[in-house]
Design a protein around this ligand. Sequence first.
Ligand code: GUN
Length: 310
Amino acid sequence: MAVVIDGRETARKKREEAALRAAALKKRGILPRLAVILVGEDPASLSYVAGKEKALAGAGMESRDIRLPADTPEEELLSLIAGLNADPSVHGILVQLPLPGHIGEDRIITAIDPAKDVDGFHPVSAGNLVLGRPGFLPCTPRGILVLLEEAGIPTRGAHAVIVGRSAIVGRPLAILLARRDINATVTVCHTGSGELGRYTRQADILIAAAGKPGLITADMVKEGAAVIDVGVNRTPVFPPGPGNGAPPAPENAAGKSYRLRGDVDYEGVAKKAGWITPVPGGVGPMTIAMLLLNLIQAAEAAVPGGAAKA
Ligand code: GUN
């Protein structure tokens, strides 16, 4: 049976680290502050944003919550961002994605001051990542690197296979895993790859980030591999609510009509893998913890006369 990688515990340690660094900044009169912008009322986004704001408060940091109606014009969002860019009391700006269809996500992300791009989505951040320069790393890839390190999973000389080539997970992660200090050999699979198992069975480290529930089954996994599940697929539960025989999940207990499923068939794969991350409780909590550390990085960089580490 695979070792279950406890993302909640690792995330708790990282949030603690963020809290200590936030306290050190506060002693110097700086209160790290993140502006969190949510346009519309997408239920998943509402839940993610609430999680981020709770984590910020828990680590002694501020959030400025900005809620806008779904029909907010793009121009209005751009001028809001310009104001936040110019506000020295705001160290980070997060625009929750996806945005309503009439708003150009690229234009919005590019409007954020790269010095406040704590999501690591701005083209300047992406460029710095590719060039190996200092900058903000996107939170989910950064969280995965921390999980691999904390779990003691060897990366040097390992073959890492990533399923999914999204701009916020698959592509940045491929570059990070091939970095000299990590030294994995990386394969990126996508919808054009044909039979996935051909590649995934070669993986020492398998990262599933395709957004397809249960995509990775035991026959696609090499014995002893580390399997990292990035999927957070909300799958419907019928009838909605508790007491319907669905697998236990906090969502059902709360009377919601979905449960979270990863991209990995957990039950089957856990019998074969060497390590596995659960969903929920694996990668997800790490993403939020890394957001806190990115905000600290932004606030420390804004300290006059240089960084203010504890
Ligand atoms: N939507 C889903 N994940 C994310 C994230 O990490 N950041 C932002 N801004 N939006 C998201």
